[in-house]
Design a protein around this ligand. Sequence first.
Ligand code: PLP
Length: 446
Amino acid sequence: MDKRIFLPQSEMPTKWYNPMPDLPTPMAPPLDPETLEPLGPEKLSVIFSNAIIAQEMSQDRWIDIPEEVLDVYRIWRPSPLVRAERLERAIGAKCKIFYKDESVSPAGSHKPNTSVPQAYYNKMEGVKRITTETGAGQWGTALGFACAQFGLDCTVYMVKVSFEQKPYRKILINSYGATIYPSPSPATRTGAAMLEKDPDCKGSLGLAISEAVEDAATHDDAKYGLGSVLNHVLIHQTITGLEVKKQMAMIGEKPDYLVGCVGGGSNFAGLVTPYIPEKLAGEKIQFIAIEPKACPTLTRGEYRYDYGDMARLTPLIKMHTLGHSFMPAPIHAGGLRYHGDAPIVCNMVAEGMVDAKAYFQTECFEAAQLFLRTEGYLPAPETSHAIKGAIEVAKTAKAGENVVFLYSGHGMLDLASYDKYMTGEMTNFELPQADIDNALKECPVI
Ligand SMILES: *Cc1c(COP(=O)(O)O)cnc(C)c1O
């Protein structure tokens, strides 16, 4: 059997899959943060392009990928599906393990799958600049790349803890031509207010989102781009799962377990949602979501309406949440430090269609190091969670079964985190229940 399964470019999917019409229970509508009534599209148009709003609310099962987007995708897509035989042997697995390698994109992660269409749709509607937040820096890199492709300006608010931990990310984002601020920053009202309260604040994704949304909402030629959570982002990511389907068919196999790490839920949903029809038709296929114990949204959060950001500027969405004021511990998987999760993923968790598991960061780095020493590649700290999850599943899976996980990004700019792991300086955070209870008290009662 081939180790690397390549799909010819002529076979690349030309439509994204939208899981919305196939979900067993309809999605709860987003609510206006001021009136608490279901949100009309007019409100969203302050920060999003019309094409993106249409996708956010779409009930069409298939959405055409514009030719200009396909053309940029072809720089690296279709991405390879790789059999991890050496990892299988190292853990004594009876099953086969495959990984869908999204680290081959220019930005080094799955995120350009959505940054490219977002930049394209904004460009088509005359937008000049896109604002955004970034945690570990992966999304800022992806949006910087996409804006450079379409000649747009880009402003990135980067969570301060990552800004300090990952200086090379900042340089890379700058090199693509984007402007970057550590968040909280004095550049916005929200950021300045936080700095006044706590000058040493290390920031959070929720806070950086507030800054980027405020910037877009207060400038006419700017819109905002979100790298995860929302429906349109998850739809764009389905290109990965759709390719996996074709690649597994090429070798006459089917997945029994699909595994992905969850920050906001987009890479996980991209892999698993194209398999919803099979699952609902009764095929035995398990969707497994992996998150950090320091930010255990799906495993310990409450399923309720909450704000997407700290300053309560975003619509209220129904999701598993740790509370919008929750400030996660500074773990190295910066991309997994978000208080909520994608409503589509939460809907599936509530329906019992997804199994969620949480692990400590040191056990994930241990898994990442085993992957590095067997398969040879260096995973991103976020991706290490998917690897840990896949290894645990593979240890008990039967001969003839297939585990497929999404390899969301490489860790070549995360070497400082590996150093901390190897020198024994990395610590684990188990979130006290009181912290969750306190943050949840600030959620609106609806
Ligand atoms: C952003 C990121 C994640 C988490 O985001 P999701 O929306 O949950 O996919 C995971 N892995 C990598 C490499 C990332 O950059």
